[in-house]
Design a protein around this ligand. Structure first.
Ligand SMILES: *Cc1c(COP(=O)(O)O)cnc(C)c1O
Length: 391
């Protein structure tokens, strides 16, 4: 459901090329798994694998050893089950798919049909899943999500207490994991991390069924006491730095190259773009690239974004429009910026985090907003399956 609509766009037609490095994703999975000292490494592939394409990324993660996936929505789970079935690899056909968004009333059969694991977020969801299990006379798998301070999804403390007081409320369920989620994991010194850790330890003393699972990408870097039995990173797999203000240990996954459509000479007193927000201050050259806010190149990058031609910076000048941006290429040798040449909008010199900072947002939003009009090129991922079980 989240795959790009229509056939792939031929490179010659493309306004921009988005390259996604599957080997880098596999390397990132292994880097995280190797930090875990025995805990299992799941992978979060919600929102079409953070906008990068679950059809290609799930098999690449599976080949790197991943056997447990988390998605947000039931439809994402159904789609992923199909992808894993299509591999024909019996081990991948058996891989677990957990659905973080929980069990919506009336979806029980669909969960069961695709062998999805609902993450049960309330007593009502627990009640409904139990009723379905009872009807089938089969203890189907599920997770319990305890809210330890995120205040978003999960059993509030009072509902956890109720389960402990009345354990029969869990009879007939096959609980694979008890999970919780940290609110401030990307800030290692935030006192909320330890408070949530303690709250989760307390939940685990009282609800000890299945595996314990707390950590997202950032929390893996908070230290081993946050790892428990299983971790569930998302964004770090896709190359983003998991810890604020620290060097990024992850391999870069994404490159976005915008194609120059036109180059023009400009001089004062000309202006560039809608609203005439960029005033030309002297003789110069402007390159127009066929990428705009309709492609997820956010309008807040107007007069703030940065492209690169090789190592030469080329600032975005004027407003980002729907299909086009304009960049100042005055200082670039003319032969490097002819129509058809590429400008890195995301690349080695301007990684996703830098673009996010320029846009006043977070890397997650840049990734998940990447447009459907790009020619998508996947590199790597052809290597043999490791099947090593994912540490
Ligand atoms: C999205 C999500 C994750 C993954 O988080 P990252 O910061 O991308 O690693 C893990 N757990 C839950 C509950 C989530 O919603």
């Amino acid at each position: 459901m989240t795959t790009p609509p229509g056939p792939p766009i031929p490179e010659a037609h493309a306004g921009a090329v988005l390259t996604i490095d599957l080997d880098a994703i596999a390397a990132n999975y292994r880097l995280l798994a190797d930090r875990l000292d025995g805990a299992q490494c799941a992978a979060v592939v919600k929102a079409d694998a953070y906008g990068l394409g679950i059809d290609r990324i799930a098999p690449a993660l599976a080949a790197a050893g991943c056997r447990v996936f988390f998605v947000a929505l039931i439809e994402e789970g159904i789609h992923l089950r199909q992808i894993l079935n299509d591999t024909g690899d019996p081990e991948l056909v058996q891989a677990e798919i957990h659905v973080l968004g929980g069990l919506m009333a009336g979806t029980e059969e669909a969960f069961d049909a695709s062998r999805l694991v609902p993450v049960l977020n309330s007593l009502d969801e627990i009640h409904d899943w139990r009723a379905y299990c009872r009807q089938l006379e089969s203890p189907l798998p599920c997770d319990l999500h305890a809210d330890t301070g995120m205040g978003r999804l999960g059993l509030p403390a009072g509902e956890v207490d109720k389960l402990v007081e009345e354990p029969s409320r869990l009879d007939g369920l096959n609980i694979l994991a008890v999970i919780s989620h940290l609110a401030c994991a990307d800030e290692p010194d935030h006192p909320k991390n330890r408070r949530q850790l303690e709250a989760f330890l307390d939940v685990r003393l009282r609800l000890h069924q299945g595996q314990a699972c707390l950590a997202n990408s950032s929390a893996i870097f908070l230290g081993p006491e946050y790892h428990f039995d299983m971790v569930r990173p998302g964004v770090a797999l896709y190359g983003l730095g998991p810890v604020h203000g620290q060097p990024n240990p992850m391999a870069q996954v994404v490159r976005l190259q915008g194609k120059i459509a036109q180059v023009r000479d400009v001089d004062t007193p000309q202006t560039v773009g809608y609203g005439a927000t960029h005033q030309v201050e002297g003789p110069g050259r402007i390159a127009t690239v066929a990428v705009g806010y309709a492609d997820g190149y956010l309008r807040s990058l107007s007069n703030r974004g940065n492209g690169y031609i090789g190592d030469f910076p080329v600032p975005v000048v004027g407003r980002v429009s729907m299909d086009l941006i304009t960049l100042d290429v005055t200082s670039i040798p003319a032969h490097l910026c002819l129509p058809g040449a590429f400008i890195d909008l995301i690349g080695p010199n301007n990684p996703v985090e830098r673009v996010a900072e320029d846009a006043g947002t977070i890397g997650y939003e840049i990734l998940t907003g990447l447009g459907r009009r790009y020619t998508r090129v996947y590199v790597g991922g052809a290597g043999g399956t490791s099947g090593a079980g994912g540490a």
